[in-house]
Write a protein that binds this ligand. Sequence first.
Ligand code: PMV
Length: 338
Amino acid sequence: MSAGKATAVAPANIAFVKYWGTRDEERTLPYNPSISMTLARCVSRCTVELRPEGSDLELLFGEGSAGLAPPSPEFARGVERHLGRLAEWAGYRGGFRVAARNEFPTGAGLASSASGFTALALAAAAALGREPGPEELSALARRSGSGSAARSAWGGYVEWPAAGGDGEGAAQLAAAAHWDLRDLVAVVDASPKGVSSRAGHRLAPTSPYFERRLALLAARLERVRGAIAARSLAELGPVVEEEAIDLHLIAMSSRPPVYYWRPGTLAVLAEARRLRDAEGVAVWATIDAGPNVHLICEPAAEAAVAARMTALPEVVAVLRDGVGGGPRVLRGAEDHLI
Ligand code: PMV
C-alpha cells in the first residue's frame, strides 16, 4: 500500500433481526438492536487516493463487470458527505480521488450501502495512514448514515449496537468459522427499489404495530443469540422468518404504506414453506427492504434449495452466498481500481 492511496474490500450482510426505524437520524442510531450474518461473495471494493493539494472529490463507480463511470448526483452526495466526516475524524483538509465497485454478481438487484460505505470508510482510513480495528471501523462506517454498515465491519455473526457497549458500535457474536450457514438469494426483481431504506426508517414509527414489534424484540434477540451460539437452524429459522414478515408488516402499515414485495416474493416464500413442510428441507426465508428473498440453510440443503428456486418462473436468478470473514485492506498495487 503506497502512502496516500489504499484499497479495501467489504461485504454486505443479511439481518436475522432487522434494523427498522431510526431513533436519531443525525447520529444514525436505531430504535432496536439488530443481528446479522456477514456475507462472503457480495462485496464492494473501493480505492481512495488523497489529493492533498486539492479540495474536491473525483468519483467513479461501477457494478459487476461494467466499466467505471461517474455515478448519479445522489450517490455522489452520499459519498461526499461520508468522506467529509472521515476527513474531519482524521484532521485532513485536502481532496480525494475515489473509485468504487460493487462486485456482486451482475443483475442481482442487490445494491448494498452497507458494503459500499464500509469499504469506503476502510479505504479512506488506510489512505490517511490509519488502521481502524473492527470496533472503530464499525463506528466510522455508521457515520455514512447506513446503520447496517456498522455490522459489515465484522465477519461472521454480528450485533449492533453491541449489548453492553456504548450503544453505537457493533460487536461480533461469533466468527464465520463457528457456523457455516448459506444465504441463497432468490432474485425476483433486479431493478432498484422504489423507496429507500432511509425513507422506510423514517416512516416506521407511523405504523400502529411499530411499538408492538419493539416489545417482542427482546425475546426474539435472545432466541437468535442462543440459536447462533448453539448452531441450531431449527431454533434460528422460525424467528428469522417471523421477524422478516414483521418488518414488512410495519412497512405495509406505515402511513403512507410501503410495499416492497412483488408477486415473485410470495411465490418464493410459498416454495420455501413447501420444501420445509412437504420435503423436510431445513430452509428459512428473510427479506430486506426490497422484493428479493434470502434463503437461509446449511450446506447439505443448498443444492436442493438452489434447484427448486431456479425452477420457479418468477425467479430471475439465484445467487449463492454464505457467511464470510469481514472487510480487509488489499495491499497489492494490482488491487487498486484506479
Ligand atoms: O442500513 P440501512 O439504512 O440501509 O437499513 C437497513 C435496513 C434493512 O436492510 C431492511 C434491515 C437491516 O437491518 O439490514
